[in-house]
Design a protein. Structure first.
Ligand code: C5P
Length: 401
């Protein structure tokens, strides 16, 4: 999938901080995604990483000095941002936040920030020691820059270069990229609360065996990511998968259908949208053993008995104040006929059909959306693109709901 950052010009500002070494990687990743990167460094930043490295990685001249005569009109503080799509300061030091909050312009980067066109977004990824971050003066300055429309990415909590532990670590480059990608996404789900189930369930037979299915969780995770990028507060209730939680999404891990049901029902009352993507086992083993079942003789096979699992989607759809419900149907044939029928049977406004064995574990999929007006195909694409399309289709429908 083409990144939303492809073709964008990002002015990447580095200020003083050990996290500069991570920004070398960030710069490279931006380039790989097709962004044009213009690096500007403060004098302090050059103590941590050289302009030579950043020039090699960005493929562009690096500017550090407001009196740099290489720009024809000698005004790098103006010229460098006029064709830019965003300014990103990473790492952003305590001192630089102070300068932004007070409108200082005593070096190239701070002057460039205050001279930016009013429409140009400015993002900062703070990086500092825990005490510096929690100091009331810093917190005052952070509140001020937010109020001025500067978007703050992070920081995260964790172990710091100084050996202390706490808030103030810069986000990892991949997380900063996720924030940046999201910043260029229209916020069609701003403020909405979205609950999503994803992945398979695992129904134990005994402590070491169980029944599961081939769902990888990729589609549900992609939808969670896309909903977060569209401005939603997303909770993902996930069965066992090999996937990392998408950045920005709150994930709860469960194993069985019953656990997934309980986790969903415990929080569904506060949700605006419920998207049931999980491939939930219809049955569990009623006579599961607490001990490993032994093979005693060649002819002796265990007799499993099954009990029906709760239908999570049906339980949610039946609530008096049900959120907007979206179901998935993985069929093996006759998708158009079965999909339309399943939407009515499940009593939900939107059902997403796909051919199960063509999608499980794959990176691509094709979808058919069924609603009260009929059906609509989303042609074959990678799951991230389909997830974004689906999120905007859901957003359209809740606006007119
Ligand atoms: O009836 P079927 O299992 O094909 O329905 C699939 C849809 O119902 C999916 O959205 C799936 O997540 C949901 N489902 C559920 N709980 C179950 C079975 C299916 O939420 N026990």
């Amino acid at each position: 999938m083409a990144s939303r950052l492809a073709g964008k010009k990002i002015v990447l500002g580095l200020t003083g901080g050990v996290a500069c070494y991570k920004v070398a990687d960030l710069c490279r990743s931006l380039g790989k995604l097709g962004a044009k990167v213009q690096v500007v460094m403060t004098q302090s930043a050059t103590q941590f990483i050289t302009p030579v490295t950043m020039q090699a990685l960005s493929g562009n001249t690096v500017y550090t000095d407001q009196w740099d005569a290489r720009i024809a009109n000698n005004m790098p503080h103006i010229d460098l941002t006029r064709d830019a799509d965003a300014i990103l300061i990473a790492p952003c030091s305590t001192n630089f936040i102070y300068k932004l909050a007070h409108g200082a312009c005593d070096d190239l980067l701070s002057t460039l920030c205050i001279a930016r066109p009013a429409h140009l977004p400015l993002f900062i990824a703070p990086a500092m020691n825990v005490e510096m971050w929690s100091n009331p003066a810093t917190q005052r300055n952070v509140a001020q820059v937010k109020q001025d429309g500067i978007q703050v990415f992070g920081p995260a909590a964790g172990e710091q270069a100084c050996g202390e532990v706490g808030m103030g670590r810069m986000l990892e480059p991949a997380q900063i990229l996720a924030e940046l990608e999201a910043a260029f996404q229209s916020k069609t789900m701003a403020g909405k609360r979205v609950l999503i189930t994803a992945g398979p369930t695992f129904e134990p037979i005994d402590p070491v065996r169980g029944i599961t299915n081939l769902s990888s969780g990729k589609m549900g995770y992609a939808i969670a990511q896309a909903a977060w990028e569209a401005g939603a507060h997303v909770t993902l209730v996930s069965g066992p998968t090999a996937l990392d939680a998408p950045y920005g999404v709150q994930r709860q891990q469960v194993q069985t259908a019953q656990q997934m049901h309980d986790a969903v029902m415990a929080q569904v009352n506060t949700q605006d949208i419920f998207i049931a993507v999980a491939a939930v086992a219809d049955w569990r083993v009623a006579n599961a053993s607490n001990q490993k079942i032994k093979k005693s003789s060649d002819s002796d096979t265990p007799q499993l008995q099954f009990a029906q699992n709760p239908d999570i989607l049906a339980s949610v759809a039946a609530l008096a104040k049900a959120p907007y419900c979206v179901g998935f149907a993985a069929e093996s044939e006759n998708l158009l006929e079965y999909g339309a029928a399943k939407r009515i049977k499940k009593n939900i406004p939107l059902l997403v059909g796909n051919i199960g064995h063509q999608t499980f574990g794959k990176d691509e999929n094709e979808l058919v959306l069924f609603d009260a007006n009929g059906h609509q195909a989303l042609p074959k694409a990678d799951k991230q693109s389909l997830a974004k399309q689906l999120v905007s289709e859901i957003a359209k429908r809740i606006q007119t709901n």
